[in-house]
Write a protein that binds this ligand. Structure first.
Ligand SMILES: [Zn+2]
Length: 140
């Protein structure tokens, strides 16, 4: 059984040290995620791919307690497990919306350090594990 990303170009491997793929504008240095071919800030079309920091801080979060509408939700609604979602503020100055590995509100705190990991999101029709990215609290 193999693994594949939920979407090409969102993140890089290896799986134990993934990085999100964003873009940076040549003209104004605006950083975006996901990657964009033109800058949302100054509309320049000169952007370059950048790999974003693996760590950031939790800016805000909530726990998704029921399956999102399907589509676009592609997970297993029958065996749905509540999951955390939040915004992670990266050193590049952007906030990335992401799943969180933690769904226990007592273990999530605004401002805590978070680290990027990959986790299994669903199983494809071909039996492959479909991987997505998530942030987990950094254990000290
Ligand atoms: Zn720009």
């Amino acid at each position: 059984m193999s693994q594949r990303p939920i979407d090409e170009g969102l993140f890089t491997g290896p799986a134990d040290a993934p990085q999100l793929v964003g873009s940076r504008c040549d003209a104004c240095s605006e950083v975006t995620f996901p990657r964009q071919s033109s800058c949302p800030n100054c509309t320049s079309s000169k952007t370059e791919e950048v790999l974003l920091s693996r760590r950031g801080t939790l800016w805000t979060w909530t726990v998704q307690g029921f399956p999102p509408p399907s589509p676009p939700f592609a997970g297993d609604a029958e065996n749905f497990v509540p999951f955390g979602v939040g915004y992670i503020e990266l050193p590049e100055g952007i906030r990335v919306e992401s799943r969180l590995t933690e769904n226990d509100p007592s273990k999530l705190e605004i401002g805590m350090e978070m680290e990027l990991v990959l986790e299994k999101f669903a199983v494809g029709e071909d039996g492959d594990d479909i991987m997505t990215f998530a942030f987990q609290p950094v254990r000290s």
